[in-house]
Design a protein around this ligand. Structure first.
Ligand SMILES: *Cc1c(COP(=O)(O)O)cnc(C)c1O
Length: 404
């Protein structure tokens, strides 16, 4: 047998992937990607079908806002399409520095560093700030990027029950003699249930037990607080949170993440956060679009958009409740519709899509096993008629599946 023939007859060393994949497909838990053709809007075309869109994180409609588009186009025309290097070599443009200063002013903190994504902001920051002698105390439903950052840091990780301040304190008492640094970390708004973190109580614990306090405000930036300043502003915890992470990819409408804190923290991250050091910075168009987004947020139009988002959220929740849906925990525009079994959640989402409404199913590993759900997200740009039609359709399809 020739070498080539011998190679061809051997199974690929990756064949186990195909087996896992087939297994997921058989269980009905391997959905295909929905493909958007056109703009990310409240009514959009996915897979060639026009649907009411309850699936995007575009809370304020900024992905298609004219002032962001204009800023992005102008910066692209002037400066080209790429930054050409990582920040620490030659990829720091004036646009990046201006954006960081603007965000720091907006959040009323000393300094800010922008990352390529919220994911890299979390992962890069936790792993730069903590080391193997240290302790991370983390809410059990924190985002994957926090968990990955915690693992990369090699610190000891202890998990407290979701939003359970007493359980967090139990861990702090048990580790009272810990020699290394300690970090308490929580999402500001939990992305799967739409709940707000008990931030004031966690800050009190951080102060009592001398911990660093960190919050991930991905779903709160542009949503909570004055003009969308985030959870710290919403819950009046100014000056009590050492590290505030946010994303530029959700309500801000473009792409990226940021970390806000003291000047020294940010200068240290410039030297030690690995995504900052080893991955190229934002294209000029993206940095300029983000600047335009913060300018907009901090204007009367921004205030109006945030108010509209909350008015739409109240309206949609009321309409869903009238139709028998329950989502006690949600305090934000994220509305979970609990189904339980993952295959059924995928079936619900598929039937809903066929009926003209897009709300994705989320199952394991995004949420715990047996807690599968649909997740609906309201935006400022939905019209009442969209939300009414979506509520009717959810109820109709939900009934056929015994979910409501
Ligand atoms: C979406 C999200 C991120 C990641 O943000 P990207 O900018 O999309 O990478 C981080 N944390 C939480 C809680 C999120 O929901």
């Amino acid at each position: 047998m020739s070498d080539a023939a011998a190679t061809a007859s051997k199974p690929s060393p990756l064949h186990y992937i195909s087996e896992h994949l087939q297994d997921l497909r058989n269980k009905g838990t391997a959905p295909k990607l929905r493909v958007l053709d056109g703009e990310q809007k409240p009514v959009a075309v996915f897979d060639g079908k026009e649907i009411i869109n309850l699936a995007s994180n575009n809370y304020l409609g900024l992905t298609t806002h004219k002032s962001l588009r204009k800023a992005s186009l102008e910066a692209t025309r002037k400066y080209g399409v790429g930054a050409g290097a990582v920040r620490t070599i030659a990829g720091t443009m004036k646009l990046h520095m201006e954006l960081e200063e603007q965000i720091a002013r907006f959040k009323n903190v000393e300094a800010c560093v922008v990352f390529q994504s919220g994911f890299t902001a979390n992962a890069g920051t936790v792993s730069a700030v903590l080391g193997k002698e240290d302790l991370i105390i983390s809410d059990e439903l924190n985002h994957a990027s926090i968990i990955d950052g915690a693992r990369l840091s090699k610190a000891t990780i202890k998990v407290f029950k979701h939003k359970d301040v007493q359980d967090c304190e139990r861990i702090l008492q048990e580790t009272a003699n810990w020699n290394g640094h300690k970090l308490i970390i929580t999402d500001g708004v939990f992305s799967m249930d739409g709940e707000i973190a008990p931030l004031p109580e966690l800050c009190t614990l951080a102060e009592k037990y001398n911990c660093i306090m960190m919050i991930d405000d991905a779903h709160s930036s542009g949503v909570l607080g004055r003009n969308g300043r985030g959870t710290v502003d919403h819950l009046n915890c100014h000056g009590r949170v050492h590290i505030q992470v946010g994303t530029l990819s959700k309500a801000i409408g473009a792409m990226g993440g940021y970390v806000c804190g003291s000047r020294d923290l940010i200068d240290y991250l410039y030297l030690r956060a690995r995504p900052f050091l080893f991955s190229t910075s934002h294209p000029p168009g993206t940095a300029a679009a983000c600047q335009a987004a913060f300018t907009l947020l901090d204007s009367p139009e921004g205030e109006r958009l945030v108010k509209k988002l909350w008015a739409n959220t109240k309206f949609f929740k009321r309409e869903l409740k009238k139709r028998g849906f329950q989502f006690k925990a949600s305090e934000t525009p994220i509305i979970p519709i609990h189904v339980g079994e993952v295959a059924k959640a995928f079936e619900f989402s598929r039937k809903l899509f066929d009926a003209g409404v897009f709300a994705p199913a989320v199952g394991y590993p995004t949420v715990a096993e047996g807690k599968a759900r649909l997740r609906a997200i309201v935006s400022a740009t939905h019209k009442r008629e969209h939300l009414l039609r979506a509520a009717d359709t959810l109820a109709e399809v939900g009934k056929t599946l015994g979910v409501v």
